[in-house]
Design a protein around this ligand. Structure first.
Ligand code: ARG
Length: 505
């Protein structure tokens, strides 16, 4: 429709198509703004521009974010030993690889917008699809944003208080401040947001490289004392292992990101699985090396108690250049947070345009063409999460919810093999792979609840199911709250936003 064309035409999200660099901007693909997707004579027909190299860059760029700089401590704490935590780091990489290969089949089979939303729609019908978009706009994206901003706060503050614990409230305030700046950037202009993205992605690679090279140097220097006896003190409880997975999987999250751009991949049946097979193991290797690097300069005990491992690493290894480490990590996390908000705004836009959220959330600023209301809405939820949560609890909350849907996508794949046998499947994954991922995701969802039923899981589950309470009256029966129109108009005037149809028709 003209709505979306107009919007795309003026550039909201257009820069996504450059394929590389923009780590998170590649979120819900460009076509997400276009309802049923481009047609023959659609003037903005998507070009197939993502080749193998940009495909790999997209995967690597999204996956590497805050996690590798904050998760190693938590993972070590939950597993008790470096050997076991190493095993989990590798297993998380493998699980992401298998999950991504299954997503490759889903993505090439149904290239229409919205990734999971579309697969759930095909396999299970509208209400599960609604629950997905509900949970991702209200839980998944804001919690990602909150975790990344908190990591930013940690590193920004830690840079000044060298190796002792910074007061939590300061970290939270810095996290909120970052969030406000990012909100401003994203409301201000799309181009600004995407350029921030590219610059900041480079910083993250610098940080990763410093850690890896530093570690290699230290190993050759003979610093292997902490790597002996790797399995001493291992914890084998089911729940601990599952939550250790949560911590690790956070660092790998983003493995499914190519699915949002399948329509733009050149020769997708070959390049999609290839990018996955190269990209995810590449990240896995980086993470393994980084973990070893950390252990060359600190003991497992020090690693467990350190608030910001990479800062300690920098302080011990880089001498006068130690500031480089917190600086590059803060830049990296700032960039990830920016990308996450960018993607969240588009998701919110798409979901409310489907009639799944309040109309106002799909409106766009009349001159800047940024989806202000959606961005503000997300930032408010994410801000509350920053205030009331901690990185670890939010990671559990996020991973629990995310894996419900990743598992759901596996089930969708398996179901559609039987219910839609004639759909074209340019890339077909061996059926055993989604079955394995499905089983593991069931374990990941149930394990922690049985072992240690904490309140986060209850919240998350209630939140998802709470979606149904809204779905039935407001989406299914399309009930309109009487005074809502007034509120919408008021907010429209206040924020200077309008529905995209009015702007471009
Ligand atoms: N793996 C990233 C990190 O370590 C988080 C990615 C969040 N997910 C996403 N789809 N952007 O920070």
């Amino acid at each position: 429709g003209s709505t979306a064309n107009g919007l795309n035409g003026i550039g909201y999200g257009l820069d996504q198509r450059n394929g590389s660099g923009c780590q998170e901007g590649t979120g819900p693909g460009p076509d997400e703004l276009e309802g049923p997707g481009p047609t023959e004579n659609d003037p903005i027909h998507l070009k197939r521009r993502v080749g193998l190299v940009s495909g790999v860059a997209l995967i690597v760029g999204t996956m590497i974010g805050s996690g590798i700089f904050v998760s190693p401590s938590g993972l070590l704490e939950r597993t008790g030993s470096i050997g076991m935590s190493f095993v989990i780091w590798m297993a998380c990489g493998l699980l992401s690889l298998l999950g991504a290969l299954s997503y490759a089949e889903l993505g090439t089979m149904n290239t229409s917008s919205g990734a999971e939303y579309a697969y759930f729609m095909d396999a299970f019908g509208p209400s599960p699809a609604f629950l997905f978009s509900w949970a991702s706009t209200l839980v998944l994206k804001p919690s990602q944003m909150a975790i990344i901003c908190l990591s930013f706060g940690k590193y920004a503050v830690e840079a000044f208080v060298t190796e002792c614990e910074p007061p939590e409230i300061v970290v939270k305030m810095v996290a909120l401040l970052a969030m406000i700046v990012i909100l401003y950037v994203n409301c201000y202009s799309v181009n600004l947001a995407t350029s921030v993205q590219n610059v900041f992605t480079a910083a993250k690679l610098v940080a990763v490289l410093i850690v890896i090279l530093g570690g290699v140097y230290k190993i050759f220097d003979g610093n292997t004392q902490h790597l002996k006896q790797p399995f001493a003190n291992t914890q084998y409880s089911i729940g601990n292992i599952a939550t250790a997975f949560y911590t690790g999987l956070w660092a790998y999250d983003g493995w499914n990101n190519l699915n949002y751009v399948t329509e733009e991949i050149k020769n997708p049946s070959k390049n999609l699985p290839r990018s996955i097979i190269i990209g995810i193991p590449l990240v896995t290797i980086c993470y393994a090396l980084i973990n070893v690097s950390y252990l060359t300069v600190m003991s497992p005990m020090e690693m467990m108690t350190s608030e910001a491992v990479a800062v300690v690493f920098g302080n011990r290894l880089l001498g006068v250049m130690a500031w480089l480490m917190p600086l590059s990590v803060t830049i990296s996390t700032f960039g990830s947070a920016n990308g996450t908000l960018f993607a969240a705004g588009r998701l919110c836009f798409a979901a409310s345009r489907e009639g799944h959220l309040l109309d106002i959330l799909s409106y766009v600023h009349v001159r800047r063409y940024t989806p202000g209301p959606g961005l503000i809405f997300h930032s408010i939820i994410a801000g509350a999460m920053v205030l009331y949560g901690t990185i670890d609890s939010l990671i559990d909350f996020f991973s629990f919810t995310a894996w419900i849907f990743y598992g759901g996508a596996m089930l969708a794949l398996i179901v559609m093999r039987y219910t839609k046998p004639n759909y074209p499947r340019p890339y077909k994954v061996p059926l055993v792979i989604p079955c394995i991922v499905l089983l593991i995701s069931i374990y990941l969802i149930i394990g922690p609840i049985i072992d240690k039923p904490t309140i986060e899981y209850l919240y998350a589950a209630l939140f998802i199911l709470g979606g149904m309470i809204f779905y039935i009256p407001f989406v299914h029966y399309n009930y309109r709250v009487p005074c809502m129109d007034g509120v919408t108009v008021f907010l429209q005037l206040l924020l200077e936003v309008a529905p995209t149809t009015n702007m471009f028709d």
